[in-house]
Design a protein around this ligand. Structure first.
Ligand SMILES: [Mn+2]
Length: 336
């Protein structure tokens, strides 16, 4: 079956479903599709588990409604936005597997093979920077009337997933120019829609983290570690913003220790450095606890050790990685 025309969805009971922990692109795609149908009163936008902070800000600023963990029984069709592998649905995947209606996918990720790809009819464009770009192309082709709120959302998805055009093609700019006009607002206003406002205590935590930071140099890379009482992730990220290639912020609450690590994306992708593999897994062999996450953003949870020792060990493990990478030994120099 080919992906149906937009008229197919008119007046039907459709669930427009995001991925679990929906981000701006996923939520914007589902909402824009919903808003661009003429007869959408029987349709619902759904999110498994939760939405992330940026998507939450966007939903609040633009007054978007969605249903968390919707029941599937009442729907004829489920259309998935911004995902094509069942893992991205979290615990919702099992529910969808049992769904007897039709499943459709609109996405920009490379196709993964699974029961979902066998069951669903997909519209995938891997050259699109965002799922909203795929949705926009589809709506245009189907001559749908795109309301200005939908245009705002489609533009937000492009801005978010292209990292403000760091990853983009000529087509991205062309689509953006058209959407900007349709949206009726200016470019800075668009990204204010999904800006996460930091509260005062988070700002103070980040600044205190900088004041308490220890600064190390290994070869031409900077590693920084710090201790905070809360907002570990924000603190680690702010060390990287300030100039560290890798930053760690640790905090202790009721005996539980959390260490958050962040690496400069370009450093991680260029060298193959991975916070989980090169720091938190070896750290767990010395300090009781375990770590997980991504190459450039990860965390470690543990207890029963001195936080300052573990933070210093994190710096040493990055140093060890850099020595291996350089193929020679070098100093780990601390700047007082
Ligand atoms: Mn996306």
């Amino acid at each position: 079956m080919r992906f149906p025309k937009a008229s197919f969805f008119e007046g039907k009971k459709n669930l427009f479903l995001c991925h679990a922990g929906a981000d701006v692109d996923s939520l914007a795609s589902a909402q824009a599709f919903f808003l661009s149908l003429k007869k959408n009163r029987s349709s619902v936008v759904g999110v498994p588990e939760h939405v992330n902070l940026s998507a939450k800000a966007m939903a609040e600023n633009l007054g978007l409604g969605f249903e968390l963990n919707p029941a599937l029984e009442e729907f004829e069709n489920v259309v998935l936005f911004d995902l094509n592998s069942p893992e991205m649905l979290g615990g919702f995947a099992e529910k969808l597997k049992a769904f007897s209606g039709k499943i459709f996918i609109i996405d920009h990720h490379a196709k993964a093979s699974s029961w979902l790809s066998k069951k669903a009819v997909a519209l995938v464009d891997v050259d699109a920077v965002s799922c909203t770009q795929v949705v926009y192309g589809y709506l245009e082709k189907n001559r749908a009337k795109i309301p200005s709120l939908a245009a705002k959302l489609l533009a937000c998805g492009i801005i978010a997933d292209s990292a403000r055009f760091a990853v983009s093609s000529e087509k991205t700019f062309l689509d953006m120019a058209k959407l900007l006009k349709k949206s009726g607002v200016s470019y800075p206003v668009l990204f204010s829609f999904f800006e996460v406002k930091k509260d005062v205590s988070e700002r103070i935590a980040a600044l205190k983290a900088a004041r308490r930071a220890r600064v190390f140099r290994a070869f031409d890379k900077i590693i920084s570690v710090t201790q905070v009482n809360s907002f570990e992730a924000t603190a680690a990220m702010s060390l990287v913003f300030l100039g560290a290639h890798v930053g760690f912020a640790g905090g202790e609450k009721e005996g539980r220790i959390l260490i958050s690590g962040r690496a400069l994306n370009s450093f991680a992708s260029k060298t193959g450095f991975d916070l989980v593999k090169h720091v938190f897994v070896p750290l767990s062999q010395k300090f009781p606890g375990s770590g997980g996450g991504h190459a450039a953003a990860a965390g470690f949870n543990g207890q029963g050790f001195a936080l300052s020792d573990a933070l210093f060990e994190c710096a040493k493990l990055v140093h060890g990685f850099l020595e291996k990478e350089a193929g020679k030994t070098g100093q780990l120099k601390e700047y007082e």
